[in-house]
Write a protein that binds this ligand. Sequence first.
Ligand SMILES: [Zn+2]
Length: 300
Amino acid sequence: MQVLRDALKQAQEHGIAIGHFNIADLVLLKAVFASAQELSVPLIVGVSEGEREFMGVQEVAALVRTLRDEFDYPIFLNADHTHSLAKALDASRAGFDAIVFDASALPFEQNVQQTNKAVEAIKAINPWILVEGEIGDIGTGSQIHEAAPELVKGLTSPEEAKQFVETTQVDILAPAVGNMHGMLKSMVAGQTSKHLDIERIAQIKSATRVPLTLHGGSGTADEDLQNAIAAGINIVHINTELRVAWRHSLEEALAREPDEVVPYKILAFPLEAVKQIARSRLRLFNSPGNSSSQGVRRFR
Ligand SMILES: [Zn+2]
């Protein structure tokens, strides 16, 4: 079975990105896995500290491992935004494929120091786990925001990116390049979208030569995502778009069938709504060459 490092290497070679979707329940997991399977593309499932607490660290690891084994499928599990070393080590022991160690709220020097310490401790448990570090400010909370958050630390510079990667020894870097967690109300309504600093992504890539992750991909213009992938982004995180689809379709299902009490009949609606979003995002991320005309690059 393929490891995440190889899947990332292939993504870089083919000019595509692996879709990363957060899950908080079985509906989300089933939906994103079915979408990836339909297209035959690799998949990363992410769980934040809150999502892990809700699902259980061991439990979510067992679910994802079962899918990987049963379908012989390149599905990987990421411990998203892990703020404490203890939680990073819990996920490492549970068999996660990757860990985002996020000390980005700290001043740069402390971020470097703590991330380096985490890399060493995680690799001592399992050298195959990929560790991702984060610098710059991309806001917090994959939810709907009234107004744009003030991102005080600004965008990541190629110089600090290089220094950070070399000193911490992280495998993957999450830079701030115009991306932001969550969506504004106007983005949910489809009136506005996020725009990325493509030139900066290309500069950070050539300065670091490591896989790059784009966090907070929800609500980003398609063209920006395609250009970002061509410039060196290898993983794109989508969470809020799935959460919005999950909630709206659930409300609709409950309103339409007020007497229905069978959970799997009600949950069929959010399952389908989340699948549609995941499918269209995966199609975009896995179509090389800046155009969907060549079609999706399948792994088999
Ligand atoms: Zn994130």
